[in-house]
Design a protein around this ligand. Sequence first.
Ligand SMILES: [Zn+2]
Length: 105
Amino acid sequence: MHATLSFADAIDVAGGYRRNRRLNDELQTGEAAARTEGPWLLVCECGADDCAEPVELSTLEYEAARSHPRLYVVAPGHGTPGVTSTVTGAPGRFDLVELLRDEES
Ligand SMILES: [Zn+2]
């Protein structure tokens, strides 16, 4: 599990979340034109360098996740204590987490 993060580490982790979210958005943009139905296959946005956990969302879930700039989709249990807070999720499929500190670096 995650130990308590220093401020610098927390900023690093937050940067990882933003990077993965941008990656997902780039991946989905091309497909979005071709289909409006789900499922949407994303990559976990937890920001860990070694995490490439696939996460599947319905169109409704994807739109909900993108309705707020601080919400991120992660694999179950992949939120980072002290950096994110779990908002909701679908048991066994994904957690929707809010980035607590979201200033751009
Ligand atoms: Zn992850």
